[in-house]
Ligand binder design. Structure first.
Ligand code: G3P
Ligand code: CA
Length: 322
């Protein structure tokens, strides 16, 4: 098909991953597949074999049923624009206002962060405490849902944002499900199998498994997700790439390997192995055009930025210039 950006994308949606089927390590019918040889959740040392298809093939066929949403193609010849903490350059981070702003400018993906409330509810916020981005104080994990729901998460960014709340994951998923967009969900810290199952269940129950990718710095957390709901795609975050990371990514059966921009440039020999082998790569958090140019030249698949509209302009000029 030819998409609205004028790129020719010959691939259509492919089949579900081989081996998907009922299995219930966490007691859910949707938890998936029996044939991958996975051990129970709680380890990160289960060998799953190397990546055998390119990142683009994986995106086309593995988990994503939709080839494009609202005219934004899933696989293109240009990198994805990923709005960091929503469009955090335009609205208070990790609020529905920031998500809406990212959606309005057509960001390919919207990155947000999740912590668990004192009631066990996945809640959208970056820090462990609410102090910096709300009018309250205390650790998210020690506040219940009622207390969190009353916090003002917008006024710190300007009076026009007063009344913005810390979205619960379910609220965010409903918002994106009905209004559009794709989510790059970061699970902050270490998550138990039960907490990961809760996130996966929400994603799947909302019918969003084809529009949500999960990322984390925590290998055990990603391993839980692989074991509980392998149809929900995963990415490994690294601040500084490590020599052994391809083994880790293979074991996680991850879609992409996402280094910091500093890590990308200081550990090129590691990241180039991933790019050369056909893994996906979304680099964070990059707001400088000089760095965008270098990353695009290196062939990364996505750039996570606080300035997604500016990056879109940059990419449009680079790829569409006559
Ligand atoms: O997308 C990765 C990036 O968001 C990780 O850093 O601190 O902004 O969550 P942080
Ligand atoms: Ca993040």
């Amino acid at each position: 098909m030819t998409n609205t950006r004028g790129n020719h994308d010959p691939a259509g949606p492919g089949p579900a991953p081989a081996g998907d089927g009922p299995n219930s390590p966490a007691g859910h019918e949707w938890t998936a597949h029996e044939s991958a040889g996975h051990e129970s959740a709680g380890t990160d040392a289960v060998s799953a074999g190397p990546l055998t298809s390119t990142w683009a093939d994986r995106v086309r066929s593995a988990a994503f049923a939709h080839e494009d949403i609202d005219g934004v193609p899933l696989v293109t010849d240009r990198p994805w624009v990923i709005a960091h903490r929503g469009y955090s350059g335009a609205a208070p981070e990790n609020t529905l206002a920031a998500v809406d702003a990212a959606r309005m400018i057509g960001a390919d993906w919207i990155e947000v962060d999740l912590h668990v409330s004192g009631d066990g509810t996945p809640t959208v916020i970056h820090d462990q405490s609410v102090d910096r981005t709300t009018d309250g104080s205390g650790a998210v994990s020690r506040l219940d849902d009622d207390a969190l729901s009353r916090l003002d998460a917008g006024s710190w960014a300007g009076p026009g944002f007063a009344g913005q709340r810390l979205p619960k994951l379910d609220t965010l998923l409903k918002d994106v499900s009905t209004k559009g967009g794709r989510l790059l969900l970061e699970l902050k810290g270490e998550w138990s199998p039960g907490a990961v199952a809760s996130v996966a269940g929400s994603i799947i129950d909302e019918g969003m498994a084809d529009r949500v990718v999960v990322q984390s710095f925590s290998v055990p957390t990603l391993a839980h997700l692989r074991d509980i709901a392998p149809l929900v795609e995963r990415c490994l975050l690294r601040t500084t790439p490590r020599e052994d990371d391809m083994r880790v990514v293979d074991e996680l059966q991850a879609l992409a390997y996402n280094p910091s921009v500093r890590g990308f440039f200081t550990r090129r020999h590691v990241v180039d192995r991933f790019l050369d082998a056909g893994y996906g790569m979304f680099v964070w958090t990059v707001d400088e055009p000089a760095s965008w140019e270098r990353l695009l030249g290196a062939g990364v698949h996505g750039v996570i930025t606080n300035l997604p509209a500016t990056l879109q302009g940059y990419i449009a000029a680079k790829y569409d210039a006559v």
